[in-house]
Write a protein that binds this ligand. Sequence first.
Ligand code: KIV
Ligand code: ZN
Length: 523
Amino acid sequence: MKDRILIFDTLMRDGEQAGHPMSVSTKVAIARRLERLNVDIIEFGFPISSAAEIEAGIEISKAVSKPILCALAGVRQSHIEAAVRSLEFAKKPRIHVFVSTSDRHIKNKLQSTREQVLEWIHNEVRRAKQYFSDIQFSAEDATRTDPDYLIETFKVAVDAGANTLNVPDTGGYFQPIEYGELIDEIYIITPREVVIAAHCHDDLGLAVANSLAGIRNGANQVEGCFLGIGERAGNAALEEIIMALHTRGDFYEGLSTGINLSELWPFLNFLSGEIGYPIPFHKAIAGANAFGHSSGIHADGVLKDRLTYEIMKPEEINWQGSEGSLTSHLGEAGLADRLKKLGYDDLDLASQIISEFKALGNIVGRMSNDDLHMLIQEYYSKKEMVEHNLFAFSNDGISFASTAGVNNGTVVIQKGGLNYSAHAVGDGPVDAVCNAIDLALTSNNLLIITDKEVQFNVIHGSGGSEALGSVRAKVKIGDDIGYGRASDINLVKAYARAYLDAFNHLMHVPVSEEKEELRKVYD
Ligand code: KIV
Ligand code: ZN
């Protein structure tokens, strides 16, 4: 066994599929923080799926240099070429080639044969190897694959040049003992210089347990997403695996990760704010109650000897979850201190948001870290709007009313000193206002909207009906995708502003020249 377990974060690829769409700038911000955390491998996307994924690879490559940057590709020439393009500027590029290997997937999904799949693996791993030396191969649905055939696919992949073999429990089907045994079987036949990776999903709540069983049996790379984000029930929560290895080094025979533990909790908090995913109260390692002791017996025990009920030291991961709630009485210095603890490095941030912070406090009373995240996102969105001269609503530029069961929305959008207004009806107030936005943009020939798909995601801050609501919007028109976000006490307004923000991103936020070029190639 090698001592160092490599941490592979797939938040921006597997995790993004979970309804947490991320813009290129969000991906770059997260990648920078992952680098500070000392994550070994960052999987940033599936480049064949859109020009934005390729752009994400290019932009992240410029922003980080330490971690390996990994792009996913299916067993097709076009996939490999898109991955290569996305990794063109990466200092440490890796292509991750995958194909399904279980009979169920081969027959029903791929409508192919085992022999054909072996040929694809051979051809496409070899093709990828012509571009980069670091190639990972994944056998999708490995845990429901005939083990003999699985091993055959891995042998073909290694012969063709793969240096990492990934064993995904795609459906979250396996039990820890079974997963450990499978990794052991693979370990025995795998050349020592080839890395074996555990990649587990949480459908039965076993992703972390399975991953650790994999590590005990020879996996030296573990894949997952911080906070356990991911498709369906999620991917393995990396912070739990990292802390299990750190806390139980005795059991894991000294295996450890290279993670900067003091960055761990601030990163989790930053991530929660950045993607708009509130951390559940009882979430292991990250939650506000993760290190709390409310029962009298426990609190008494901890006071006498911390280790009676504490198996980890929260200060090692810079955990600040139990910090008291915030009120508008906190001054700028106190706010700056809290922001620093939450992992925000921008020294001017407290002075920039102090008036909004106090105004919100005066309305809702006590505020939480989530409220702070929302105020910060709002500050950055508005800054971007000014910097790039984006579309914005005029004062009172969003109104809606329901009369005799009909929902009416009216908007006044401004840009470059001009006003664009429209009125529309809809199935509800949000629909009416969004229809009015569409009309204001299309009737003034600012945008052609065909083939539109919209996805919203909402979270609430502290307080009751007066709480801040933070809305994220993803708007897809044809192959172009725009991401927007906004927070407001008035939820309909938050929807409208997030929706317009997504159009701003789709139409105006400057994109790199490479993206324009790529659009021509891949669209
Ligand atoms: O879960 C899975 O099978 C995957 C592969 C693409 C690696 O995410
Ligand atoms: Zn997966």
